[in-house]
Design a protein around this ligand. Structure first.
Ligand SMILES: O=P(O)(O)OC[C@H]1O[C@](O)(COP(=O)(O)O)[C@@H](O)[C@@H]1O
Ligand SMILES: [Mn+2]
Length: 643
């Protein structure tokens, strides 16, 4: 090994004892059971439902409480305890209201803090002391450690411990301590979170999800098609930008653009007011219980049309300059007969309804009006200069990737494009064919390039980001074409259908899944593919576990807009040292309901896979890295101290 490198390392481990201690410490970690991985996907802006799943660890928090306290507490008390761990600030307020005097409250504090302290060793039994210390609330670290490691065999310290607790209470610190311990427990129960794509679009609060992920102790993201659309917009793709605004208008979420990210929509609104009126095809979809005034509805309807028409115009030059995208069929504005208000698609002519072509010049339908050009320039400027969006997009890039190999599994939002016979589909990009892993790696390279060069708006990489949103060989879209135009303007539902890539039926087949795992260099005997993207229709009896357990689809739809077709509110997956468990979540009503009733909205667990032997850190990604570290430290030991 390079001696310069070892000399440098020796500055950190400057004595023999330090090297030895670190090697022993790392060896010990390798033999601990692996931590719990938590998989979620398709959050679609549903922050409330997401944070609930995160706080309850898909049921793990309550399970741990039950394990320890089932003999002492009733089910009702266990529920209360769990709710306190999920939402400590709110629940404490409610509990305190129920006490008649301070004495009773102080008794409760004492006994409850003791219970929390009892729970911690159990939830941290898989971790080293140092990892536990990192999870403790900083201001109480010393005190909690004293309480955790108390050994009062000789009863000498009994008074000491109870005096610590009494002081915490009398000094008015009990609430803070309980809140700190609650977050410690949440953190200990789940070691690592995977978000298998689609944080953005359809729901109201993707920005809050991003803030939560940024503050989360350990996470990675596999980009979904909607996330890539936002990344594309930020990276300079105007067509991606038009799309995100169109989707926000369609789902009545323009507040995300304006209020959350501070992007000024006034220029777009002015344009919309000038050219568009009310139009039933463009009215916003509202979540149940939401009401808008007529004036608001019309205003959003106008913006929706303005931005949709800009989007359709912007698609056309990209399709023309990238003939290998093979999207000539999507040059729809050119296929319209503007006099008759008709369009001919695949030799069939359809009447167009609810049209809004006031800004379209039939001789040059993809030409933007000067006003439209200016609106898009201003919007792009605002997007790229939003401080909050910059923070969120940088995080999405830093923690994200198109696919991830993690502890033997392949995590991917959409699909691996396949042909009907199960072979990896080839896409020819600039005269070179790519398929499978190579294709995905190339997509990711373009996305990263585009993101690094936000000033380039029409280069290949930026166009490729849009392709990832909508192209037939995109691993994120997974359909042959996106029929947005048809859904707005053509009544015949047959034209709305988006044909799925054969992957979506072939993934039921074990050999296909094994083949994909091998393509990505994973062991097909042990690995699984974890997918999001397509809602699993539990209502129709669809099983999220496919291909003899090799494939797990965890999109059950956090997205409220899809819950009536799925019948549930999402799947999540847990993977701990004993194996994998799938959790189905029932519809999440509100945090207030949970606080009041203490009941959780998750249900059945299905065992996906059971480890014959408890899986250790040694067999994980982290373990691999630790083994490398140990080998380097051993080299240092030989080079420096064993001569
Ligand atoms: O009905 P909406 O919300 O406009 O969205 C429909 C579009 O969203 C997509 O389903 C993609 O979004 P998902 O990743 O959430 O499935 C497209 O296939 C489709 O054209
Ligand atoms: Mn998706």
């Amino acid at each position: 090994m390079n001696t310069k490198f070892l000399d440098l390392l020796a500055q950190k481990y400057e004595s023999e004892e330090k090297v030895v201690t670190e090697i022993i410490n790392l060896e010990a970690i390798l033999n601990l059971p692996k931590g719990t991985e938590h998989f979620v996907s398709d959050l679609h802006g549903e922050f409330q439902a997401f944070q609930h799943v995160l706080r309850n660890g898909s049921g793990k928090v309550k399970e741990k409480i039950r394990d320890i306290f089932k003999e002492e507490l009733t089910e009702q008390e266990i529920n209360e305890f769990a709710t306190l761990v999920y939402y400590p600030e709110d629940k404490l307020k409610l509990i305190k209201e129920g006490f008649a005097n301070d004495k009773a409250l102080n008794e409760w504090y004492k006994s409850f803090i003791e219970k929390m302290i009892r729970l911690i060793p159990y939830t941290s039994s898989k971790y080293t002391r140092s990892k536990l210390r990192k999870a403790l609330p900083k201001q109480f670290e010393f005190i909690i450690e004293e309480l955790l490691y108390k050994t009062d065999e000789f009863a000498n310290k009994k008074r000491y411990y109870s005096s610590i607790l009494e002081h915490i209470i009398s000094l008015g610190q009990a609430d803070k301590l309980i809140i700190g311990l609650a977050y410690t427990i949440q953190q200990l129960v789940v070691d690592h979170l995977h978000v298998v794509g689609d944080i953005y679009d359809r729901g109201p609060e993707p920005d809050k999800i991003m803030d939560t992920l940024i503050n989360y102790h350990s996470t990675d993201i596999q980009w979904g098609n909607h996330d890539v659309l936002w990344l594309g917009a930020y990276a300079g793709s105007k067509v991606c930008l038009a799309n995100i605004i169109r989707i926000c208008a369609r789902y009545n979420n323009l507040a995300i653009i304006e209020d959350a990210y501070g992007i000024n929509l006034r220029p777009l609104l002015n344009l919309a007011e000038k050219y568009y009126g009310d139009n039933p095809a463009f009215r916003p979809k509202l979540q149940s219980g939401v009401k808008l005034s007529d004036q608001e509805t019309v205003q959003i309807t106008k913006i929706h049309q303005a931005i949709a028409m800009i989007q359709f115009k912007l698609e056309s030059p990209i399709i023309k300059r990238r003939s290998f995208f093979n999207m000539q069929d999507r040059l729809l504005l050119e296929k319209i007969n503007y006099e008759k208000n008709e369009i001919t698609l695949h030799d069939k002519t359809y009447l167009l309804e609810n049209t809004c072509f006031a800004t379209v010049n039939p001789d040059q339908p993809d030409q933007l009006l000067e006003e439209e050009v200016q609106v898009m320039d201003k919007l792009l400027f605002s997007v790229q200069h939003s401080e909050k969006l910059t923070r969120h997009m940088n995080f999405l890039m830093k923690k994200g990737s198109l696919y991830l190999k993690y502890n033997g599994n392949l995590l991917i939002h959409g699909c691996i494009p396949l042909d009907g016979s199960g072979k990896m589909e080839k896409m020819v990009i600039e005269d070179k064919p790519y398929a499978g892993r190579d294709l995905l790696d190339l997509f990711e390279k373009h996305l990263r390039y585009s993101f690094a060069h936000p000033e380039e708006t029409e280069d290949l990489s930026t166009d490729m980001v849009w392709y990832l949103w909508t192209g037939e060989y995109s691993s994120l879209f997974g359909k042959r074409e996106m029929t947005t135009f048809e859904r707005y303007f053509i009544r015949d539902k047959a034209t709305h259908k988006e044909r799925k890539n054969p992957y979506y039926y072939l993934r039921e087949n074990e050999d296909i899944c094994r083949n994909i795992l091998s393509e990505f260099g994973l062991n097909p005997d042990h690995g699984h593919i974890i997918n999001g993207h397509t809602p699993v229709k539990e209502i129709e009896g669809e099983n999220p576990v496919k291909a003899n357990g090799k494939m797990v689809v965890i999109d059950g739809g956090f997205s409220k807009a899809y819950q009536s077709t799925t019948g549930i509110a999402g799947y999540t997956l847990l993977f701990n040292s004993f194996g994998m468990q799938l959790v189905a979540h029932k519809k999440f009503s509100s945090k207030e309901d949970v606080l009041r009733d203490g009941t959780d909205v998750l249900s059945v667990k299905r065992l996906v896979d059971e480890e014959l032997e408890r899986k250790k850190v040694r067999e994980t990604n982290v373990g691999e890295k630790i083994l490398q570290d140990i080998s380097i430290l051993k080299s240092l030991m030989e080079y420096r101290y064993m001569k």
